[in-house]
Design a protein around this ligand. Structure first.
Ligand code: SF4
Length: 348
């Protein structure tokens, strides 16, 4: 299909299938990026929402093959940030135009940590005007319900790959059906749901990449985060190359196609892009479909112990520096910082 014919199909609102998504990957890249940026502007405007991430615990019971803080990595010093310190960060964020706090951790079995998180959510919602996004893995429905009742607005839980066999290989502790079940539980509770995937994990084909994008659409996600696979040296995937190592523009093509197929989702420019394209990766993603920036708000002394992948940027900075840098980057590309909570724009 020609560029013009495919773009006409897009503007006519035709339903995408795998072949059409793969045809997007094959478009001249500048045409694809320009189209994605136009779709972003038409649907999400020029605002970029700042959502600070607090990596509040690196304790995890799971052994995902790609993850630097998997439980079998004994070189990681484990930590849990105290409740009061998390609240101090939340209060600071309000002064920096960050209107959402994202609380991220590893996955642990339901225990007193669930109660602690419930208390932290309630306090943030009572003491600040921040929206609260949680990202703490597969949890029982009851836990999600309690966090929702405490005020949780959103939840991020990436499916990582839509291929069930590849998912099972990468995740010895759960299967794809269970992960999708969690996303459906959250939706049923009225939580805004975010998911996403790695780009180019070993074993991924262009069919799988297209299916990943289509699964995001089929799940009707409110937020979609995707980022390139980067092999961590202390994991079973050490030394493995990204499936698109010879064509790193594919990372951006994936974001652009994602935006075109999911016009009304919030799409962050994820940190992994900066690991591969230092100081420029996230800016380029914002210009190729994304509309959210997630500065690291974790207190500086914990950051080196939350290395999901190597060369993660911003580990030597603190939350104040990351906040200023994020705002400057948004302005430098001619965009404006989002005001208000930046909730989902989808009407159901
Ligand atoms: S990806 Fe998440 S659940 Fe898996 S090992 Fe890492 S922190 Fe744990």
């Amino acid at each position: 299909m020609s560029t013009a014919a495919l773009l006409k199909e897009i503007s006519d609102g035709d339903v995408f299938d795998r072949a059409a998504v793969k045809a997007l990957f094959d478009l001249p890249r500048e045409d694809l990026f320009a189209r994605a940026d136009a779709v972003r502007k038409d649907n999400m405007g020029d605002e970029v929402f700042l959502r600070g991430i607090v990596e509040f615990s690196n304790v995890c019971a799971n052994d995902c093959l790609y993850c630097g803080i998997r439980k079998s990595n004994h070189d990681v010093r484990r930590y849990r940030i105290e409740e009061e310190e998390i609240l101090e960060v939340a209060h600071r964020m309000e002064g920096w135009q960050q209107t959402t706090i994202v609380l991220q951790s590893g996955e642990v079995a339901a225990d007193k940590e669930d109660e602690r998180i419930e208390r932290i959510i309630r306090r943030i919602k009572t003491e600040t005007r921040l929206a609260v996004t949680m990202s703490a893995g597969n949890r029982p429905h009851d836990t999600y319900a309690r966090w929702r009742a405490a005020g949780m607005d959103r939840y991020l839980l990436r499916f990582e790959t839509s291929d069930p066999d590849l998912f099972a290989f990468l995740h010895p502790d759960c299967d794809l059906e269970e992960r999708i079940g969690c996303l459906k539980d959250l939706r049923g509770l009225g939580v805004q749901v975010g998911s996403g995937f790695m780009i180019g994990v070993p074993g991924e084909t262009s069919d799988i990449l297209a299916d990943n994008i289509l699964l995001c659409r089929d799940l009707d996600l409110d937020m979609i985060g995707i980022g390139p696979f980067i092999a961590h040296p202390d994991t079973p995937l050490a030394g493995q190359a990204n499936a698109y190592a010879g064509d790193t523009d594919m990372f951006f093509a994936a974001v652009a196609a994602l935006r075109i197929v999911n016009p009304k989702a919030h799409i962050p420019a994820t940190t992994a892009f900066d690991a591969i394209f230092p100081h420029a990766g996230r800016d380029l993603v914002l210009q190729r479909g994304a509309n959210v920036f997630m500065p690291n708000a974790t207190p500086g002394r914990f950051r080196k112990n939350y290395m999901l992948y190597p060369d993660k940027p911003c580990v030597d900075e603190d939350d104040h520096q990351c906040s200023g840098c994020a705002a400057a980057r948004v302005w430098s590309i001619g965009r404006v910082i989002g005001q208000g909570p930046g909730h989902s724009i989808k009407v159901r």
